[in-house]
Design a protein around this ligand. Structure first.
Ligand code: FES
Length: 504
């Protein structure tokens, strides 16, 4: 019997060989299959469909998949091994990764720098000419840690297992090192040493990259003492980079408010604003900051993974086949599917749109109840929205809306009104602001909500132009107050109210 089996992925048409018995989780991640619950068999996010060959059923598959799904050939990649030649249809592929092409002002410095946005799902690195501010090359990839879990808490749980922390550290160093090597070999890269590499990401990404203990982030009060900027040399990372530059992971602000938000403050100039401005990163972990040049208040709120399509019955990331928009049309609704493909699932922006449309059409009540006997709402067969999906959305939007409300109240106490709200990150960029307002996710005038793009990457880029001694951002951090919502007296009450949808 041969020791290797052939795997073909459809519709990508990719073919490769793996050793017989290899867990599919080990090989499919790099082809776009996600493992949102870290392979625990809880989310169905890793489903693949067997078109040819056989993946045997086991108890976990039977427990999680419906009999219809099993009959149609769906299997959980996280609970399967490649025992024979397989042709698999993978449900998720071709993910758009948000980079940054915005213009920015800077004081020129000599040399080259690389800025990296270390996202929970994606990585983006840009090579920047520090004399001209020009971006010479860009590289992006999926964060390879995502095969151990789609959201930050699943990642933390993996880091707490034997060798888990070291494994997560090693694979992120390796992947970012690979992106840097690709940038340095780009034809647009001048032959000169690199001066500095800056990285920005949320607190968990910061801790895992820097090899810090994530235990304090795993339990109440979720505060770590190791939030500061962490510096290394490229050699420390095992990267062969001309000039052996300083590698600096920018400091976190507090709790689960990471350097992605610090970078967002730099990118939006929130810290220099005369008027009061807000910045919200809508993710599994919602991060919010409100302030002006005198003072800023920030908080994080556990929204859960609904906005990323996880724990949603037919949820998926914003990739080909995802319903990304739902519009009202002729007293009914119309879905827009990404990639000109048949609908396969529902991503975060589609979920928010669907809920907004459902409220307008009277299919969903302000309490969140689906009308009728609770039969799932067929958006575009086979994609449907279930009662449980709506509850997940209510939890996610309730957490963000409550955090935002409490920070707004804090400023109202000081008789200052919020003038503008920036939305950062991919989800903030693609979400329909009208729908977000309709479902009560963002209680704010529409014309004052501004999608700000990948502010984490832009902020990391701006940091490249600073004096290396100033990368700890002490004076700026001294102006930001971190509010812990988990102990805030009003949080639970506001959260419960915020879970309801507005009547109008
Ligand atoms: S069920 Fe496989 S990753 Fe969640």
């Amino acid at each position: 019997m041969k020791n290797y089996v052939r795997i073909e992925l459809q519709p990508l048409g990719e073919v490769f060989q793996v050793e017989r018995g290899t867990p599919l989780q080990d090989v499919l991640f790099e082809h776009g299959v996600e493992f949102p619950c870290g392979g625990k068999g809880r989310c169905k996010g890793c489903r693949v469909r067997v078109l040819s060959g056989r993946i045997s059923l086991n108890a976990r598959q039977e427990e999680v998949l419906s009999s219809r799904e099993i009959q149609d050939g769906w299997r959980l990649a996280c609970a399967a091994r490649a025992e024979e030649d397989l042709v698999l249809e993978i449900a998720q592929w071709e993910t758009n990764i948000l980079t940054d092409e915005s213009r920015f002002s800077f004081t020129p410095r000599a040399g080259l720098g690389i800025a990296v946005d270390v996202g929970t799902t994606t990585l983006v690195a840009q090579l920047v000419d520090l004399t001209s501010g020009q971006v010479r090359a860009v590289q992006s990839a999926l964060n390879p840690q995502a095969r151990f879990g789609g959201d930050i808490m699943t990642r933390v749980q993996h880091a707490l297992t034997d060798d888990g922390r070291e494994e997560l550290r090693r694979i992120i160093h390796h992947e970012i090192g690979r992106l840097i090597a690709l940038l340095l070999h780009a034809p647009e890269c001048p032959a000169q040493p690199l001066s500095v590499i800056t990285l920005a990401g949320n607190t968990v990404m910061h801790h895992l990259f820097c090899g810090l203990d994530v235990r304090p982030l795993s339990a109440y009060p979720f505060e770590s003492e190791s939030l500061g900027a962490q510096r290394f040399s490229a050699k420390d990372m095992g990267w062969s980079v001309p000039g052996d530059p300083t590698v600096c992971f920018l400091p976190c602000i507090g709790g689960f408010v990471g350097s992605d938000i610090l970078a967002g403050i730099l990118a939006t100039s929130l810290h220099d604003s005369e008027t009061v401005v807000g910045l919200v990163d809508l993710g599994t972990n919602g991060e919010i900051v409100i302030g002006n040049r005198d003072k800023m208040i920030c908080a994080s709120t556990a929204a859960g993974p609904a906005f990323e399509g996880a724990r949603i019955e037919m949820g998926m990331r914003a990739a080909t086949g995802a319903i990304a928009e739902v519009h009202l049309e002729n007293n009914g609704w119309k879905c827009h599917v990404l990639g000109n493909a048949p609908a396969r699932g529902l991503c975060g922006s589609g979920l928010v749109d669907a809920a907004a449309a459902g409220l307008e059409l009277g299919i969903i009540q302000p309490s969140g109840r689906l009308n009728g006997d609770g039969t799932p709402w067929q958006l575009m067969p086979p994609v449907a929205l279930t009662q449980k999906d709506i509850r997940e959305l209510q939890l996610a939007k309730g957490a963000i809306a409550a955090g935002f409300q409490i920070l707004k109240e804090q400023w109202a106490d000081e008789a200052q009104e919020l003038g503008r709200l920036y939305l950062s990150g991919a989800f903030g960029n693609y979400i329909n602001r009208g729908s977000a307002r309709r479902i009560g996710l963002l209680d704010f005038p529409l014309e004052q909500i501004v999608p700000a793009g990948n502010t984490s990457l832009l902020g990391a880029k701006l940091a490249l132009f600073r004096d290396p001694d100033e990368l700890d951002f002490r004076p700026l951090l001294g102006r930001i107050e971190h509010l812990s919502l988990s102990v805030h007296l009003r949080f639970q009450e506001v959260f419960a109210e915020s879970m309801l949808f507005p009547e109008q």
